[in-house]
Ligand binder design. Structure first.
Ligand code: ZN
Length: 189
């Protein structure tokens, strides 16, 4: 079964996909326990953020946020395609309706980066050892032998970690100043 990507599930959880996409994703999610669990987790995160944000949200510029969000979502959906330099349209984007949880969402998937790093290093003899993936106070650390890759998180942010048995580690946090949500996913090969 082909599962929708994480960014699609995140947008689906907030009813932020274009209508057709929302319907197609919903059709899959209703039949797939794994994706349903993922969507539940995104909804819990959004609700938590909305509660947390209630204190500082009134000072935000919603127009600017909505435009920024639209740009971020386009970047996510285009998955690497260049954004042609057109202005975001000022129509009522569905996200505006859920203003309480309207937070720019950036999904960083680092698997490609890691795979590339791995390919570069395969010639080194000490690279044959087990990979250790761990969450530390300062970020996510990926160790193999004497090599370490550290993804640092901004200081003084409350970071939520979750791990999976498949060997991936995920960190989410929200930037209190910009309201930007960052999700880092690291997969051990
Ligand atoms: Zn699925």
């Amino acid at each position: 079964m082909k599962h929708p990507g994480e960014e699609i599930l995140a947008l689906y959880a907030g009813a932020d996909l274009p209508l057709w996409r929302q319907w197609v994703t919903g059709w899959h999610v209703r039949r797939c326990e794994r994706c349903r669990a993922e969507v539940r987790e995104f909804r819990r995160t959004r609700e938590g953020l909305a509660r947390e944000a209630a204190g500082w949200m009134p000072t935000l510029d919603w127009e600017r946020l909505a435009a920024e969000m639209e740009a971020n979502i386009r970047v996510g959906l285009a998955a690497g395609q260049c954004i042609r330099g057109r202005e975001p349209q000022r129509r009522s984007w569905p996200l505006v309706r859920v203003a309480a949880v309207a937070i720019p969402l950036v999904v960083l998937t680092l698997a490609g980066f890691w795979l590339q790093l791995h390919r570069l290093r395969t010639a080194a003899p000490s690279w044959g050892q087990d990979v250790l993936l761990e969450a530390t106070g300062g970020g996510i650390e990926l160790r193999q032998g004497d090599r370490v890759l550290i993804l640092q998180h901004p200081e003084a942010e409350r970071v939520t970690y979750s791990g999976s048995v498949q060997g991936s580690l995920r960190a989410h946090w929200v930037d209190a100043e910009t309201g930007q949500v960052t999700i880092q996913n690291v997969y051990a090969p």
